[in-house]
Ligand binder design. Structure first.
Ligand SMILES: [Zn+2]
Length: 414
């Protein structure tokens, strides 16, 4: 009996030692900051090209959002651990005439040139990226990867051959339209409503041409009917580069649950954006709305203005925002949208596209240096490092690769 007791005693001691030992020496779980640094982080939509086109703005210098309102530069990208970014070549919708299309094309070309110049001038910080692998390679070199997307297919006009020209200049996605209908499809926010009933005939050709080239088709901004047409026509999974969920914020720019299910069923991805009015429904503020409407009336289409007029309009817009500060918004609200997509269709179909420098930011993520706050919130909610890797770029890169694979398949006639 005594022997048995002693044996029991020693086995307990051994168990305690065995139990404690490994715990004391085990490596602690990675911190949110370590996870953020470890995963490839990709932001699929920013409008920093506006800054690129400003001769006084140097992307290689650190700027301060409180001082000049800018959300992105290469120094803050490094601080915020952002590895890859898509700069949008953006031309606002203007007249759909031969002259209008020619002007749009010139403006787009100038932006492609501007982006390449910004990369050339900052070679030690950033590299131009054209394939998914480029981002992983540049990350190893300690550089940021700069991709180009095109927001609004307006510069294509009615000339299908321009899709390839923009691809050759580096564009790897095209957002089919912007705030108004164009030759390709209907917009979700055109004041005059639908015109094509979704994707037009020319738009179908554009989607097929993008499939042939291996460009991602971006369904942000397009009307619901256009979305359903695109997923029908596209042979490759599609991307919404900067949209939120309509279930949490009822805005036409956001995607309904049915659309998200359809997108996921096709292998696509929705990149949740930081535009406050898509993240949460703001309380009504008629005075502010009236002043913003008057500003829009006064200046017309932003994308059609000269750089000088744009600066004046932006200054007046900032003044209105100072007079009527927006209702609170937070990273937690942004992550609510990520949670919603995950609950609806799983972890494989969601990512992040901030729309920095295009109106995207929330109170606790005001510029690119604060992106780790999103990772911290994801960790707080129990997402694993592998899931965060998917959200922060793995899913978007999968869609990018699928677009390339579709092009290869079409080339080989499979
Ligand atoms: Zn946009």
């Amino acid at each position: 009996m005594k022997t048995f007791r002693m044996a029991w005693f020693w086995s307990v001691i051994l168990l305690v030692v065995a139990g404690c030992g490994p715990q004391e020496t085990a490596t602690p779980p990675p911190t949110p900051q370590q996870i953020h640094e470890d995963v490839l982080t990709v932001d699929t939509h920013v409008d920093t090209t506006f800054e690129v086109m400003d001769p006084h703005f140097d992307l290689g210098e650190r700027h301060h959002v409180e001082e000049d309102g800018s959300n992105v530069d290469f120094i803050r990208m490094k601080e915020g651990g952002l590895d890859a970014i898509f700069f949008a070549v953006f031309v606002g919708q203007g007249p759909r005439t031969p002259e209008g299309h020619a002007t749009a094309r010139e403006r787009a070309m100038a932006q492609f040139e501007g982006i390449r110049r910004a990369v050339d001038e900052n070679r030690e910080l950033v590299g131009l990226a054209l394939t998914p692998d480029d981002a992983y390679r540049l990350e190893k070199e300690g550089k940021r990867a700069l991709y180009i997307g095109m927001e609004n297919g307006y510069p294509i006009g009615t000339d299908l051959s321009l899709v390839q020209m923009y691809y050759d200049l580096g564009a790897r996605y095209i957002t089919l339209c912007h705030g108004a209908n164009n030759e390709i499809c209907d917009s979700s926010t055109d004041d005059n409503g639908a015109e094509h009933g979704g994707l037009g005939d020319f738009g179908r050709d554009v989607v097929r041409e993008m499939n042939r080239l291996g460009m991602m088709v971006d369904v942000s901004h397009i009307s619901d009917d256009a979305f359903y047409d695109v997923v029908e026509v596209s042979k490759a999974p599609v991307i919404a580069t900067h949209s939120c969920t309509r279930a949490l914020c009822d805005h036409p720019r956001n995607m309904t649950d049915d659309m998200i299910r359809r997108l996921a069923g096709q292998g696509g991805v929705i990149q949740i954006t930081l535009v406050k009015d898509f993240v949460r429904t703001p309380p009504p503020n008629p005075e502010r709305e009236a002043e913003l409407a008057a500003l829009r009336e006064k200046y017309g289409d932003y994308g059609q203005m000269s750089a000088e007029e744009q600066e004046k309009a932006r200054e007046e817009w900032r003044a209105i925002r100072r007079r009527y500060p927006p209702a609170p918004s937070s990273v937690a609200q942004v992550v609510d949208h990520i949670d919603h997509v995950v609950q609806l269709v799983g972890i494989d179909h969601v990512g992040i596209g901030t729309d920095f420098d295009g109106g995207g930011w929330v109170d606790d993520c005001r510029d690119v240096s604060q992106l780790p706050n999103i990772t911290a919130e994801l960790v707080k909610r129990g997402y694993t490092a592998d899931q965060i890797r998917q959200i922060w770029g793995g899913n978007a890169m999968r869609v990018f690769r699928a677009a390339e694979a579709t092009a290869r398949g079409m080339k080989n006639g499979t």
